[in-house]
Design a protein. Structure first.
Length: 340
């Protein structure tokens, strides 16, 4: 079905309903019972059903966009939004095929103009009345919505690690889009990468002798933002045998003081380089300068002895690229001499 460039909400509803009807007939050819969903998954406590593989999916953020591209779904994407950094070279050609409906966070009007039949987001905060619209509002338009399981750990089985929740996203999206084999392979490859990163954890000092690390994500108005207990870096630390120095702060990226960083006196520091985002204090060079220029932090052994690793900042948030940062962390710990 061809879609006009500009559509009203009423027509959006009609198109979405028509899309579901067409998909339902496709499902009947595969042996599904008439009217039964072709696929049904649970996403952040909500049952999400589709009558057939989506053909006009919209990703509301870069994380979701790159996941769909990794699954080879660029030809079934009607839009992307909220690009924070450059798209990696391996996704460049595929990304070029996807319309950008909003350079930043998409509004409900921008989303509806794309006439989606499925919407994906990495976090629930993109589904609000003043953004893309609530999941309930989009459901009333017959548009199913998906949120990464990592953003709602309390609604997932207990004991699931952030990486396992990521892998469940791949497998659930594979089920929705009918690309199960590719999704299973992606999850298997990344499980292997996690296992490889953790291979030397037993060779790292244990107990109270575990090396401690501070993850410096950004510096805003002169204040550092670091990884807290609920962020992915704490899990990364556990995998490689280190300990996040701010594991007692139950936030993803809390603002702290430089004096508090000095008090924790980490064995090494991981800088998240966000140069491409372009905000003041985002680049690795600016973060190094902030530390070396601080009268207290500059005296830390980690700073004095250059026990500093740099990784792409975007990879410190859960995404299809996070296993790359995990590998850099594992290699960096070996290079710094923490692996016996």
């Amino acid at each position: 079905m061809r879609h006009p460039a500009r559509l009203g909400i009423a027509l959006t509803i009609a198109l979405a309903t028509a899309g579901c009807s067409t998909a339902a007939s496709d499902g009947s050819r595969t042996g599904a019972k008439p009217g039964a969903p072709a696929a049904s998954v649970t996403s952040c406590g909500r049952q999400v059903s589709v009558a057939g593989p989506p053909k006009r999916a919209v990703a509301l953020d870069q994380t979701s966009t790159e996941t769909l591209l990794e699954l080879g779904l660029q030809d079934r994407m009607a839009g992307t939004a909220n690009l924070k950094t450059k798209i990696p070279a391996q996704y460049g050609a595929a990304y070029a095929k996807v319309p950008v409906i909003a350079p930043k966070i998409a509004t409900g009007e921008q989303l509806r103009a794309a006439t989606p039949d499925f919407v994906v987001a990495g976090s629930t905060d993109l589904y609000t009345k003043d953004r893309a619209g609530t999941r309930e509002e989009l459901a009333s338009l017959k548009v199913p919505t998906f949120v990464s399981a990592v953003d709602c750990p309390q609604q997932n089985p207990a004991g699931k690690t952030p990486f396992e929740l990521l892998f469940s996203d791949y497998e659930n999206l594979g089920k929705v889009f009918g690309t199960q084999e590719r999704a299973r392979k992606l999850a298997a490859d990344q499980r292997a990468a996690v296992a490889k990163a953790g291979a030397n954890a037993s060779k790292v000092p244990q107990g109270d002798d575990r090396p401690t690390v501070v993850y410096l994500y950004s510096v805003f108005n002169g204040m550092p933002y670091v990884a807290g207990k609920s962020g992915l870096p704490s899990e990364m630390s556990r995998i490689v045998g280190a300990k996040n120095a701010f594991d007692d702060v139950n936030e993803d990226w809390p603002e702290v003081s430089w004096e508090e960083v000095a008090k924790r006196d980490p064995d090494f520091i991981v800088i998240g380089d966000l140069s491409e985002r372009g905000r003041p204090g985002d680049s690795a060079a600016e973060k190094r300068a902030a530390m070396t220029g601080h009268p207290v932090v500059s005296k830390l052994a980690a700073v004095r002895d250059h026990k500093i690793l740099e990784v792409p900042g975007i990879e410190l948030d859960p995404s299809v690229r996070s296993v790359h940062a995990l590998g850099l962390l594992a290699k960096g710990m070996k290079d710094l001499g923490y692996v016996r």
